[in-house]
Design a protein around this ligand. Structure first.
Ligand SMILES: NC(=O)c1ccc[n+]([C@@H]2O[C@H](COP(=O)([O-])OP(=O)(O)OC[C@H]3O[C@@H](n4cnc5c(N)ncnc54)[C@H](O)[C@@H]3O)[C@@H](O)[C@H]2O)c1
Length: 384
């Protein structure tokens, strides 16, 4: 695994996060590409990466590189993933996989034909207690699943002066809060339960139909600290918040609340899964504990401790009990699964990470949610 060489595409929030996580599992980050030469050079220097690429074409031609991580804005994912696979490189793409299901469907087919590893970075799956939750559901400890509810809530786009490329449909896609954070939640609960969302009824809201765009670029989450002088008004068509009723393929009911405008909630994903025997509740802001609800005995609060986890949970917990693991660790664990899969070389084996099929399903979900909101009615989700 340690002889695999990787290139990182994008040098904003995610580029350095991927670099850091890869190095923690011994992967050689050999090169980085930013939006232009200056950004490539700056990122390579600050992260100590040997090669600063001059262009995307230079990455594709670099025969040293076996894996490409795509951490650019959403509108570039499709083209970059397609060209990287065609150039014979394994691809780990940030979510959402593409801008629409036509693009993501094509990528699924291309990935299948390529015989290469193709993953989407739904990293939140890899918190140890989320893997443990999946294991508990699979072992029947919750019984039949009756309902799945929760939320993903942030505050970084609360004010009309908060701006990032994501707020524009042409950069991020037709839905925003749903695609940007809602798909993490949808991926999480479907991965844990093994169920699929089959129908949705959505009600979304644009709180700020006009936002103030700074003249010049703004990095993700930097709006809270960056002093912005000149701005221009820009029309917004993507939602800031919303709720979605969900039906799952086993008949379970659910709901999801997403918001990027809830003061004080920094990055808070919560789920509660109720079954015929037990229930589970988890919150990403306190990721090292999971509540296990019972009816006939006292409830439990399981703290992350490899000694108390199943083999599955233990496989993504690197530190002893009491030593917290968090957001950056979820990238490390996700990449460990992805690169072990590549190193093993058996591409017919089950894939222990979110695949392009999973990424495509998330986009079909986004489209169904958007359609439901626009038409004010339940919409069935196309199962890709
Ligand atoms: N998995 C997660 O938890 C998570 C968290 C945040 C963002 N994301 C995803 O990661 C992606 C990037 O988001 P971000 O927050 O890092 O954005 P960002 O704006 O902070 O960074 C994007 C980077 O891409 C660069 N870029 C733009 N066009 C480029 C091009 N043509 N070639 C090379 N580089 C280019 C930009 O200069 C910038 O460095 C998005 O798809 C987003 O949805 C995932």
């Amino acid at each position: 695994m340690n002889n695999i060489k990787t290139a990182i595409i994008g040098a904003g929030f995610m580029g350095p996060a991927h670099t850091e996580a890869l190095r923690r599992i011994g992967i050689n980050v050999a090169g980085i590409l930013g939006v232009d030469e200056a950004e490539s050079n700056k990122a390579a220097a600050s992260l100590g990466i040997p090669k600063a690429y001059k262009s995307w074409e230079a990455v594709l031609k670099d025969t040293d590189i076996q894996v490409v991580h795509i951490t650019t804005p959403n509108k570039l994912h499709y083209r970059m993933a397609k060209e990287a696979l065609n150039a014979g490189k394994h691809v780990l793409c940030e979510k959402p996989l593409a801008m629409n299901s036509k693009e993501s469907g094509e990528l699924v087919e291309l990935a299948k034909k390529s015989g290469l590893a193709a993953g989407v970075n739904y990293n939140m799956r890899f918190y140890p207690l989320c893997v443990e939750a999946k294991n508990m559901v699979a072992a029947g400890q919750l019984g039949d699943i009756y309902s799945i509810v929760g939320s993903y809530v942030q505050d970084w786009l609360l004010f009309p002066t908060d701006y990032n490329w994501r707020v524009l449909a042409e950069e991020g896609g037709a839905t925003r809060a749903i695609a940007d954070i809602g798909t993490h939640w949808l991926d999480m609960v479907q991965n844990i339960t093994g169920l699929k969302v089959v129908a949705v009824c959505a009600d979304l809201k644009i709180v700020h139909p006009i936002r103030k765009r700074p003249k010049g670029e703004v990095e993700t989450f930097s709006g809270k600290v960056q002093q912005i002088q000149a701005t221009e008004d820009v029309k917004i068509t993507t939602e800031d918040c919303g709720t979605v009723l969900l039906r799952f393929n086993n008949g379970a009911k659910g709901n999801l609340w997403v918001s990027q405008i809830t003061a004080g909630r920094k990055n808070c994903l919560r789920f509660e899964i109720s079954g015929s025997k037990k229930a589970l509740y988890w919150n990403s802001e306190t990721p090292n504990e999971i509540w296990v609800g019972a009816r006939e005995k006292a409830n439990d609060l399981l703290l992350k401790d490899p000694g108390l986890l199943s083999e599955a949970g233990r496989s993504v917990a690197s530190y002893p009990g009491g030593h917290n693991e968090g957001y950056p660790d979820s990238f490390k664990q996700c990449f460990k699964k992805f690169y072990t899969y590549i190193a093993t070389g058996d591409f017919n084996a089950p894939k222990p990470f979110a695949t392009f099929e999973d990424g495509h399903h998330e986009i079909l979900l986004c489209e169904a949610i958007h359609k439901s909101h626009l038409e004010g009615k339940w919409v069935e989700v196309i199962q890709g």
